[in-house]
Design a protein around this ligand. Structure first.
Ligand code: AMP
Ligand code: MN
Ligand code: MN
Ligand code: MN
Length: 285
């Protein structure tokens, strides 16, 4: 870790949520780190879905640059049978409970992919071939990978089309997955010495009452932060997320949720400021 003095003041230069090709991003960890540094990011967390495989390569790339790399992960979890995403930040990726948990998630993801491919087969699409192509890919399979395979096979126009027609929530190839309970996931992160932050809290489809209950449960379970500023939040969400953080005395994090330079809506490191009355998580880490 770099000297305290070079740490960012305020949230400019901080991006604590990005994806590499070890999950559903398009850049290698090294390319991602270089692009972030060029965009002025001083503190970057690599947070791939359910895997820490990219962290070593990202750390190697960061060593040559003026950039503090934070070891992270974005873990799929269940709360009242809804999917939520929990960021683990400043984790030790070698911690046994975390490693075992992520191994379990990898198995779940492979089973889920097989299930979605079977549904595609029932729709008279080449599910078997798609499944075989995805087995060749490194890292954990996500719906984005299956969507990209459908695009490559010429069966849909683009990734968005694949989600709209087949893979989105409630669409015919969608398979509900019971991810591990949020409480367990927060436990893995804490036992790996990390901070748990609830990712994009305003993106979950639920009533405002349910959202408060979610944040209350997350706080009780040992979560320490909310992702108040998120590139995958709708524009007006920041103030509502900030209000939740104040109400439950949680710290705040900021993250672009960057996946792909070709997607212009969440570029690296270009984020709204964390409101000054909210304690940044990096002040505690
Ligand atoms: P999974 O975790 O396997 O369910 O995959 C979810 C990933 O798919 C998310 O992290 C997004 O990157 C991507 N995604 C979800 N919904 C859409 C959509 N409607 N269009 C494009 N990408 C999506
Ligand atoms: Mn993703
Ligand atoms: Mn997410
Ligand atoms: Mn993400």
């Amino acid at each position: 870790m770099m000297a305290e003095a070079s740490r960012p003041v305020g949230s400019a230069g901080v991006d604590l949520h990005v994806h590499s090709d070890r999950s559903d991003g398009t850049l290698t960890p090294g390319q991602l780190v270089e692009r972030a540094a060029a965009a002025g990011v001083q503190m970057l967390a690599l947070t791939d879905h359910d895997t820490t495989d990219g962290l070593a390569a990202a750390r190697t790339a960061a060593a040559a640059l003026d950039l503090e790399l934070v070891d992270g992960v974005e873990i799929s979890a269940s709360w009242r049978s809804q999917t939520v995403h929990v960021l683990g930040l400043w984790i030790d990726p070698a911690a046994p409970a975390l490693r075992e948990g992520l191994a379990r998630l990898a198995r779940l993801r492979h089973e889920r992919l097989a299930g979605m491919c079977m549904r595609l087969r029932r729709l008279r699409l080449p599910g078997t071939e798609l499944a075989a192509a995805l087995r060749e890919l490194p890292g954990v399979p996500t719906r984005t990978h299956l969507a990209a395979a459908l695009v490559r096979a010429g069966l849909v126009r683009d990734i968005g089309d694949a989600f709209r027609r087949y893979l989105g929530h409630g669409r015919p190839a969608y398979q509900r997955t019971l991810w591990p309970p949020m409480e367990e996931v927060v436990g893995w992160i804490r036992s790996a010495g990390g901070h748990a932050a609830l990712a994009h809290p305003m993106r979950y489809r639920m009533s405002s009452g349910a959202r408060r209950q979610l944040v209350a449960a997350f706080t009780d379970q040992g979560g320490t932060a909310l992702e108040v500023v998120s590139g995958s939040h709708p524009g007006q969400a920041l103030e509502a997320a900030a209000e939740l953080a104040r109400q439950y005395s949680l710290s705040g994090t900021v993250g672009s949720d960057f996946h792909d330079p070709a997607l212009p809506w969440n570029p690296l490191g270009r984020l709204a400021k964390l409101p000054p009355d909210i304690e940044p998580l990096w002040a505690r880490a």
